[in-house]
Design a protein around this ligand. Structure first.
Ligand code: HMG
Ligand code: MG
Length: 298
């Protein structure tokens, strides 16, 4: 049977917007985050303290964190690649530090300019600092289902990096389909591999929707018992270091599916649809959320 309740982490303000070419003002990002927390998301990935030379759109992360209305109980997360990023995240009042590695060597080099082993050493310091400051610690495992540079990613590589993140004391680990290549039959073995290495309550599915498989992949993950999913309002996004990859699965689509399945999320779908229309208008294009557009047209 499927879980009765899931946690949906909204990653649109970070994963969704990081790849936008035109600079989006901090003001718009702040309003987006506020709308998303008002809609009921318990966790919003609001910022990324990476090098602005690598990802210019995230350069306003401190401003965004300082500008938002903090909703009590909400966990505000940010990507943190190294100690420089940690200091900035700490100053900005981030609740959850997200370190991000990969199950693919080639992707690790392209995305964070170091090997998997080197990244773990870099993250060790960040993890220790996060614990000292009583921050939640989450880790993303990119390319768990395939890599844009090396293709196939063996299950052993996923197991290995999940284990290393567990050893760093992570509270949560994201199993990510960075380029959206997984199909439901592939989801089960990867998730089961992760479940063998880490407590299931702390594992999440982070699916990009490049090939239109994300909802089916979430359904397959639900069948393995995973209860945390990432999504992006209006289906925004794409990774700057994964060419051709499109956004995360749209939050509206995930919420519509959960509602239909009778799975509790605590999130107001109509309010998310409004947030999706708001950001799409700002970006000057139509939302790619099918459910969002259908509901907005009513
Ligand atoms: P590097 O060039 O190897 O690092 O980059 P470095 O230590 O040599 O520093 C180079 C310059 O960057 C220096 O400045 C540093 O001060 C600066 P300079 O001396 O040249 O003026 N710098 C920083 N500035 C601000 N904040 C920092 C920071 N660190 C260094 N934290 C580094 C290594 C990791 C920094 C770089 O590769 C980087 O920032 N990469 C980020 C890439 C990224 O953000 N990718 C997208 C997010 S991952 C993703 O989307 C996947 C995910 O969604 C899951 C999935 O779908 O798979 C999470
Ligand atoms: Mg992603």
């Amino acid at each position: 049977s499927l879980p009765k309740k899931v946690k949906i982490v909204e990653v649109g303000p970070r994963d969704g917007l990081q790849n936008e070419k035109e600079t989006i003002s901090a003001e718009v990002k702040i309003e987006l985050v506020n709308r998303l927390t008002a809609a009921g998301f318990p966790n919003v990935e609001a910022a990324s303290f990476v090098s602005p030379k690598w990802v210019p759109q995230m350069a306003t992360s401190s401003e965004v964190m300082h500008g938002i209305t903090r909703k009590p109980g909400v966990v505000y997360s940010a990507l943190v690649p190294n100690m420089k990023g940690f200091e900035a995240a700490l100053e900005a009042g981030v609740d959850e530090v997200v370190i991000f590695g990969a199950a693919s060597e080639a992707f690790s080099q392209k995305n964070i300019n170091c090997s998997i082993a080197e990244s773990i050493e870099r993250f060790r310091e960040v993890a220790t600092a996060a614990k000292q400051h009583r921050k939640r610690l989450r880790a993303a495992v990119s390319c768990a289902f395939g890599c844009p540079y090396q293709g196939e990613v063996p299950l052993d590589a996923v197991a290995d990096v999940v284990r290393r993140f567990r050893e760093l004391g992570c509270d949560e680990i994201d199993i990510a389909d960075t380029i959206g290549v997984a199909t439901p039959d592939k989801v089960k073995p990867v998730m089961e591999t992760a479940i063998r290495e880490f407590h299931i309550e702390g594992l999440s599915g982070h699916f990009h929707d490049t090939y239109g498989q994300a909802l089916a992949n979430i359904y397959a993950s639900l069948q393995t018992g995973i209860t945390i999913y990432h999504s992006s309002v209006a289906g925004l996004g794409g990774c700057p270091y994964a060419k051709g990859a499109t956004g995360n699965v749209a939050s509206e689509d995930v919420l519509y599916m959960m509602q239909g399945l009778g799975i509790e999320t605590g999130i107001d779908l109509n309010a998310v649809v409004d947030a999706g229309q708001f950001i799409s208008q700002h970006l000057g294009r139509k939302s790619v959320s099918r459910a969002g557009n259908a509901i907005a047209a009513k």
